[in-house]
Design a protein around this ligand. Structure first.
Ligand SMILES: C[S@@+](CC[C@H](N)C(=O)[O-])C[C@H]1O[C@@H](n2cnc3c(N)ncnc32)[C@H](O)[C@@H]1O
Length: 217
């Protein structure tokens, strides 16, 4: 298990915390439905337009190189939204088999045409896949949306369905300013912690994969 930032080539966009300053409980409730408002509504309650722009290509390349992915390998992205990373894995690793798991029917129905058949609607804590079904299981900014016991189960599920590699990225903070920014920015997270707390969650789940943090600068 290693702490490694495999999203270091993800574009650094400073989060406009002020756009969430007026977020009220009602907006958080709307965001937690993970419907149109969350993905393609205004920035105050989600992404403000979740559109493909190729930003996941260098991440897929980074993971390909780090894990030594090869033709025939099977990859799962949990909380895949509209399947952008699923799409990009297929572009950068020839002959790879990729699947996505996502709770949002809206996201899956608005997924890219070529990946929609590869996406399954379901919840991270109850994966509809057999043990050891994948070579790499990835989950980025997703498991914090489940309350503690289900979050632990979701991480345990990653462990169960992967026969080799796992990569988990969750919201966290490395200093007080980042913690405050996170609290003001986040809409949907219910399980979150500093890195030490997350490592305890990983241990409770028996997680053996790699991980890193999404930091709100
Ligand atoms: C912050 S988005 C991250 C999307 C994508 N992984 C990315 O990094 O761009 C969180 C995603 O988790 C999904 N999600 C929330 N709860 C979930 C659950 N219980 N099981 C699976 N996906 C879930 C949401 O619908 C959303 O697509």
């Amino acid at each position: 298990m290693a702490e490694v930032n495999l999203l270091d080539r993800y574009p650094k966009a400073k989060r406009d915390i002020s756009s969430r300053a007026a977020a009220v409980p009602m907006q958080r409730e709307v965001a937690k439905r993970f419907g149109r408002e969350y993905f393609d509504g205004d920035r105050g309650q989600g992404y403000g337009g979740y559109r493909y722009d190729g930003r996941w290509v260098p991440i897929a390349q980074r993971m390909r190189d780090f894990f030594g992915l090869a033709p025939g390998d099977r990859i799962l992205d949990i909380g895949c939204a509209k399947g952008f990373l699923v799409h990009d894995f297929r572009q950068v690793v020839t002959g790879v088999h990729v699947a996505g798991l996502e709770i949002s029917e809206y996201a899956v129905h608005h997924a890219m045409d070529d990946v929609r058949p590869l996406l399954v609607i379901g919840s991270a804590d109850d994966l509809p896949f057999p043990d050891d079904a994948f070579d790499l299981v990835v989950s980025i900014n997703t498991v914090h949306n489940l309350e503690y016991a289900r979050c632990v189960n979701a991480i345990r599920e990653m462990e169960r369905v992967s026969r080799r590699f796992k990569y988990l990225q969750v919201d966290s903070w490395l200093n007080e300013e980042q913690r405050q920014n996170f609290e003001r920015w986040q809409l949907t997270a219910v399980t979150y912690s500093d890195p030490d707390g997350w490592r305890k969650v990983f241990a409770a789940a028996g997680y053996t994969g790699d991980y890193y943090w999404t930091l709100t600068e």
